[in-house]
Design a protein around this ligand. Structure first.
Ligand SMILES: CC(=O)SCCNC(=O)CCNC(=O)[C@H](O)C(C)(C)COP(=O)(O)OP(=O)(O)OC[C@H]1O[C@@H](n2cnc3c(N)ncnc32)[C@H](O)[C@@H]1OP(=O)(O)O
Length: 545
């Protein structure tokens, strides 16, 4: 197996469209990480000379179909491969004599379907390899050349037929000096690659790309798991630089749907998907108002996600990608030498009404035991304890109920909404809860329990991460939490918001968590996440005894 490969395809585009999946399946047995794909026009390859030379490939709808087919096959048959369809030579103009690819990773293997490369002919092979190396850099010192199995077998008539029909209909695509598009571009997937690839095809001089930032991402599915803006901007830049190195680009954050599309006078075209179609109309209205050239609209279709499950979208989407992170290890676990190896302690935290207790019950159902710090918090200042006297001294006799216990329903409204008073209460109660939690952990250690879940809403705020081996957090959108608490605690919205505002945000928790769970959807979907996360942990623990 090789990490990085360069695939040079020389057969007619219609044949490649039919065989894309087959080719990528074969290649994915040989290449494990990154694959650069160069489409070499068959006329140039049929010159009976094994030397490789860069030649232009017409930019038409057949090529667009091939690019789409390659990326969608990538997402269905070889998801582990990061595929880049190279576009530097796909043009209806003269090919730049300076076209050279500078890949971020050196390739270890060159694979080709060329008929003129024969396993046994070493002279032809080395000529081909040497000439390839002069156009595609860098490559591994020991790079090898291999041919693919004959994909044209049984497909000659098909090739002839498709070619004939394509020749008849396939017009050259027009191109534009400057093209614009926008998106979230969270963890670049096949759908993004098709969109960006289209942008690269339409643009002659410059591709301008707006990457959503700030509030624009708030309403998306699992916004907390969207990768950081800098990462997304870099990924887009990286993609363009790999596939079309000579194309100028400007990748910039946008905080509204317009971004540079209504300020750049040189833009001529906008690339849109079904989802952003409406935005295209609005952008043109704004450009018209400003006296700027109206943008021609180029639409791309949605790509089916062959691997989606019942909880995910049918099209390839970042939302599905983020959902697939739930229950998995999103941040590596750092060893905690301050606590014994066993029991293995999961710190389960999460905002108000994020479903921590329900998750705990599910984990118990799968064999874990738990410590509920919320409950410990309620007994921490029972009558007769040290904390009881301290709380009354701090908050006055008014908070004492008729039975002599502290009335939490009175204490709650006093502390939520007043950070100083909440801090005071926490400083009294948290040490008492922590002592009780440690006592419980000791008991579980004596009982030789394997996995304990320490459930604490404010685990991170209290600095109790030193009591646990890893941190799991449950998240639900803020609106969902508000609805749940209004319903559960019969509190008015503003009281609920005060409570939420007194806690860490989901984003802050996710940043520090090893595993993220979300209880927003169906029962079975939450159960699937819990099974995945605990299953993985138990598997890991079985090797670390
Ligand atoms: C470090 C920890 O996580 S310990 C566990 C949390 N407990 C504490 O921090 C102790 C201080 N809190 C308290 O004494 C009580 O929560 C009171 C008096 C403030 C309010 O009591 P009640 O109205 O009965 O609310 P209750 O204790 O059920 O908590 C309700 C929600 O408030 C939130 N909450 C509790 N304490 C705090 C706090 N100190 N700061 C911010 N939010 C808090 C929790 O998220 C909880 O919701 P959840 O169970 O869905 O996560």
């Amino acid at each position: 197996m090789f990490e990085t490969g360069l695939l040079i395809l020389t057969r007619p585009v219609p044949v490649l469209i039919q065989r894309a999946q087959q080719i990528l399946t074969e290649v994915s047995d040989k290449v494990s990480q990154t694959l650069y794909v160069h489409i070499h026009p068959h006329n140039a390859a049929h010159n009976h000379n094994a030397a490789f030379s860069m030649a232009p490939l017409p930019c038409n709808n057949a090529f667009r179909d091939l690019m789409t087919k390659l990326y969608s096959s990538n997402s269905s048959v070889c998801q582990h491969l990061d595929v880049y369809v190279l576009l530097g030579n796909v043009t209806n103009q003269n090919l730049s004599p300076h076209l050279r690819y500078n890949f971020p990773k050196p390739y270890d293997i060159v694979l080709t379907d060329s008929k003129y490369i024969a396993q046994e002919n070493s002279h032809q092979n080395s000529l081909f390899l040497e000439t390839v190396k002069s156009h595609f850099n860098p490559c591994n010192k020991n790079v090898i050349l291999q041919t693919l199995s004959d994909i044209e077998e049984n497909s000659k008539s098909l090739a002839e037929e498709t070619e004939k029909s394509n020749e008849a209909e396939d017009v050259m695509l027009k191109s534009y000096k400057e093209v614009v598009m926008g998106g979230t571009f969270d963890r670049i997937h096949a759908g993004h690659k098709i969109l960006l690839g289209e942008g690269c095809l339409w643009a002659e001089n410059r591709l301008v790309i707006g990457v959503t930032a700030g509030d624009m991402n708030r309403k998306k599915v699992l916004p907390e798991l969207i990768s950081p803006l800098e990462r997304r901007v870099k990924d887009v830049q990286h993609f363009i630089e790999v596939v079309k190195p000579e194309l100028g680009h400007w990748v910039t954050p946008i905080t509204d749907m317009y971004g540079p599309s209504i300020t750049e006078p040189g833009l001529q075209c906008i690339v849109l998907s079904e989802e952003t179609k409406k935005g295209g109309e609005m952008i043109n209205k704004e450009r018209e108002k400003k006296g700027l050239q109206i943008l021609e609209q180029q639409m791309i279709g949605m790509v089916e996600d062959a691997c989606h499950n019942q909880y995910e979208e049918h099209k390839i989407s970042s939302s599905s990608g983020r959902k697939r992170l739930l229950g998995t290890l999103i941040n590596p676990v750092k060893p905690n030498p301050s606590i014994p190896d066993r029991p293995y302690v999961i710190g389960l935290t999460g905002g108000i009404a994020s479903g921590k207790s329900a998750l705990c019950k599910r984990l118990e159902g799968l064999g874990a035991v738990s410590v509920d710090c919320d409950k410990l918090g309620h007994v921490a200042y029972n009558k007769g304890t040290k904390a009881y006297d301290e709380v009354i001294a701090a908050f006055g006799e008014d908070i004492v109920a008729e039975d002599g216990e502290i009335n939490r329903k009175k204490l709650g409204p006093i502390v939520f909404g007043d950070p100083d008073r909440l801090k005071l209460l926490n400083s009294i109660v948290w040490p008492a809860i922590s002592d009780m939690a440690k006592e419980k952990l000791r008991k579980y250690s004596e009982e030789k329990r394997e996995v304990v879940v320490l459930e604490a809403a404010l685990l991170l705020e209290a600095g109790w991460d030193n009591l646990v081996h890893e941190i799991w957090t449950s998240i639900v959108p803020r609106e969902e939490a508000i609805t749940r608490v209004m319903d559960r605690n019969k509190l008015p919205r503003e009281e609920v918001e005060k409570r939420l505002n007194s806690q860490m945000s989901n984003e802050e928790r996710v940043e520090r968590a090893n595993v993220v769970l979300c209880t927003l959807w169906e029962y079975d979907y939450t159960q699937q996440q819990v099974r995945l996360s605990l299953g993985f942990l138990l598997f890991f623990l079985s090797f670390s005894h």
